[in-house]
Design a protein around this ligand. Structure first.
Ligand SMILES: C[S@@+](CC[C@H](N)C(=O)[O-])C[C@H]1O[C@@H](n2cnc3c(N)ncnc32)[C@H](O)[C@@H]1O
Length: 355
C-alpha cells in the first residue's frame, strides 16, 4: 500500500500545498477554548463504532505499522477524534460536503491534526480521492449518515421546521439547488414523486397543489410558511397522529436537494471496493430509505452466488464479505435517553474476507 499524506496543518509548506488534492481543506489550529465546549456533542454509538473498527485497525498496525480509515461523514469529528486518540498509528481521511462542519471538526481534532486529511467533498468521491492520495486500500470505513445536530440546530440552514429560516437545506452551501429552487420550479408530478418516494407522504398531491398555488402568490419563502402550508394540506384527523406533519415533506426535500440516496448508492460500493481483506465498513442510517440501500449492498456482498440448490460451492462464487453484525443493531435505551437522535439509528457492519 502506497501512502502519502499531505499535512492538513494551518501552515502548509509549498510542497505539501502542491500535493493537496483539489478539495483538501487546511486546518487552522485553535486551543481548547470556550468554543470547544460546544464541540463536545455526543457522537452516536461512539464506543460501538470504535469496537467494530478496532480489529481491522489493530491488524493493519501489527502487519504494516500503520492503518488508514475513511470517515465518510466527518461532521464534528467525534468518531474520528476517538479513533485517532485510541490509535496513534492511525491516519483518517475525513469527508464532509459541509464547510462549516469541516471547520468545527478541525478544531475538535486539532490535537491529532497531522493524522487527519480533511476533504471538502461529497463522499461518492472516495475512489478518486484515494487515487489522488495514492492510497490503494483502506483498513476501515465509517458512515454516520444524514445531517448533524449542528446542522439541525443552525436555524438559518433550513433543515428544521422548528426554526424559521430560508428554504435552503443544502449540506454544501457553496453549490447546487436549494429547497426554494425545487418548490419554485418542479412540476406537480415531480413534487408528488419526491414527496411520496422520499417522504412516504400520503397527501403528496394536496401538498403539491398548495405549493403551486402559493408560487403564484409568492408566499412560500420560509420554513415556517412551508410548515404552515403542509399543515393546511393535511386533513385534521390525519394531523393528530404520527408527529409533526411537516417531518415527511422536509425529509423528502432534503433528500432531493442533496441527492442523498444517489450518492449513497455510489459511495457504499466504492468504500467496499477500497477495503483491504479483513477491513471493515460500519454504517449508521437514520431513515429507512438509506438503511434499505445499505442492507441491500451488504446482503449481496455477504451472499455466495452459487445457486442454493447446488450441493457444492461453485468456483469464484464465495461471498467476499461476512457479517460482523447479523442484521442491524439499534442504539441502547440509555443512549437514546441521553441522545434522542440515536432513536432511529440502524447500525450495520461487514468485513471483507476475500479480494
Ligand atoms: C451525522 S453527521 C456526522 C457526525 C460525526 N460522526 C461526528 O461524530 O461528529 C453527518 C455529516 O456528514 C455530512 N454528510 C452527509 N452526507 C454527506 C455526503 N454525501 N458527502 C459528504 N458529507 C456528507 C454532513 O454534512 C454532516 O456533517
Amino acid at each position: 500500500m502506497h501512502m502519502r499524506f499531505p499535512s492538513v496543518g494551518g501552515d502548509l509548506s509549498k510542497e505539501s500545498k502542491e500535493s493537496k488534492t483539489k478539495n483538501e481543506v487546511s486546518i487552522t489550529m485553535s486551543g481548547e477554548g470556550e468554543d470547544m465546549q460546544e464541540l463536545r456533542h455526543i457522537p452516536v454509538a461512539l464506543q460501538r463504532c470504535i469496537d467494530l473498527l478496532s480489529p481491522s485497525i489493530e491488524r493493519a498496525i501489527s502487519l504494516r505499522g500503520s492503518a488508514v480509515v475513511i470517515d465518510a461523514t466527518l461532521g464534528l469529528g467525534g468518531h474520528t477524534r476517538a479513533l485517532l486518540e485510541k490509535f496513534p498509528e492511525l491516519h483518517v481521511i475525513g469527508f464532509d460536503r459541509d464547510k462549516a462542519a469541516l471547520s468545527l471538526a478541525k478544531e475538535n481534532v486539532a490535537p491529532y491534526q497531522e493524522r487527519l486529511t480533511a476533504i471538502h467533498a461529497v463522499y461518492d468521491e472516495i475512489s478518486s480521492t484515494l487515487h489522488d492520495l495514492k492510497i490503494s486500500h483502506i483498513d476501515g470505513a465509517l458512515f454516520d449518515l444524514g445531517v448533524s445536530s449542528m446542522q439541525l440546530d443552525e436555524g438559518d440552514r433550513g433543515f428544521a421546521y422548528s426554526h424559521d429560516a430560508p428554504l435552503d437545506m443544502r449540506m454544501d452551501q457553496s453549490q447546487g439547488k436549494t429547497a426554494q429552487n425545487i418548490l419554485d420550479t418542479y412540476e406537480r408530478g415531480d413534487l408528488i414523486r419526491i414527496l411520496r418516494a422520499y417522504g412516504d407522504e400520503k397527501f403528496a398531491p394536496r401538498i403539491a397543489d398548495n405549493i403551486i398555488a402559493a408560487r403564484a402568490q409568492g408566499t412560500l419563502k420560509s420554513t415556517k410558511a412551508l410548515a404552515e402550508l403542509i399543515k393546511e394540506s393535511i386533513p385534521a384527523p390525519a394531523r393528530r397522529t404520527g408527529g409533526n406533519p411537516a417531518k415527511r415533506t422536509f425529509q423528502a426535500l432534503r433528500i432531493e436537494v442533496n441527492q442523498e440516496l444517489e450518492v449513497l448508492e455510489r459511495a457504499i460500493p466504492a468504500a467496499m471496493e477500497a477495503l483491504i481483506v479483513h477491513g471493515r465498513i460500519v454504517v449508521m442510517s437514520y431513515q429507512s430509505l438509506e438503511d434499505k440501500i445499505v442492507k441491500s449492498f451488504f446482503t449481496k456482498a455477504c451472499t455466495s452466488t452459487t445457486p442454493r440448490n447446488l450441493p457444492v460451492e461453485l468456483p469464484n462464487s464465495a461471498a467476499k464479505f461476512s457479517y460482523v453484525i447479523t442484521g442491524s443493531e439499534s442504539a441502547t435505551e440509555s443512549e437514546i435517553s441521553e441522545n434522542p437522535r440515536a432513536q432511529s439509528m440502524r447500525l450495520r457492519a461487514i468485513e471483507k474476507v476475500a479480494a
